[in-house]
Design a protein around this ligand. Sequence first.
Ligand SMILES: Nc1ncnc2c1ncn2[C@@H]1O[C@H](COP(=O)(O)OP(=O)(O)OP(=O)(O)O)[C@@H](O)[C@H]1O
Length: 284
Amino acid sequence: MTTEVAVRAEGLSKSYRGWRRRENWALRDCTFELPRGQVTALVGANGAGKSTLLGMLAGLLDPAGGTVDVAGRTAFVAQDKPVYKQLTAPDMLRLAARLNETWDQRRATRWLDRFEVPADRRCARLSGGQRAQVAFAVALGARPDVLLLDEPLSNLDPLARREVMTELLAETADAGMAVVLSTHVVAELGGVADRLLLLARGRLVADGEVDRLLGEHLHYVGPRADEPPGPGEVIEARHEERQSTFLVRLAGGTPVVAEPWITRPVTLEDLVLARLAASRKEAA
Ligand SMILES: Nc1ncnc2c1ncn2[C@@H]1O[C@H](COP(=O)(O)OP(=O)(O)OP(=O)(O)O)[C@@H](O)[C@H]1O
């Protein structure tokens, strides 16, 4: 693995034994590389395999097939943001300092101060969002090369969500860390996520730099029609009484369309929702 690659997965698969020992595939044949110094958003519907993938990257789950290679130290914050309820936030940092070979007290304390986490209360008496901040501080203090966050935004208010994303971005740029975070809050990823890993029913359906992916897609908007007015693979077609909108994937540059049709850029949210809807339709 080159020094620029933080994570490499090849043909990664995982199954769980289900009813009558039938094999249920949570992840099928996933191959991707994640570079250092980037934030990757791991997105997919409920049950798509996000936590399973993060668990395997963290080394907590064994793959049923394929390989995963992670360069350096990892830190993983699980969905339930585990902290010891009897300890205060500073106690948690003291414990983490003893348990981790590498520990950056300044970095961890800075995070707690930044989010004004009370220092004199046990974690049991902190809010869900404040407990999450303690778990993030512990993970960052460990100076990981790869930081894995399972739904980090789920307990946070809208302002805290934005601030956490901004701070994570700064930490990523500073430390050259690779961050992988799973989330359903796609609208808030714009300007923060460098890369996208999109899972649908255990398979990777989109993988790449967000800017490149967005540049490869566009909307055609115009009068009601069965076909788009220009080139591209149709990912989603929406029709109203007098208007049609096609979200397409382009093979080449931006096409020019004749009036009254117009082209419109695609946001990350548009792209994710269209891809998820297309996968659901295919499966059905
Ligand atoms: N321990 C387990 N035993 C059996 N099946 C499991 C187990 N853990 C997960 N699964 C199944 O594997 C699939 C992927 O689950 P996973 O938790 O990875 O999805 P997810 O994308 O994180 O979902 P969510 O967004 O709802 O958290 C699902 O079908 C789930 O039911």
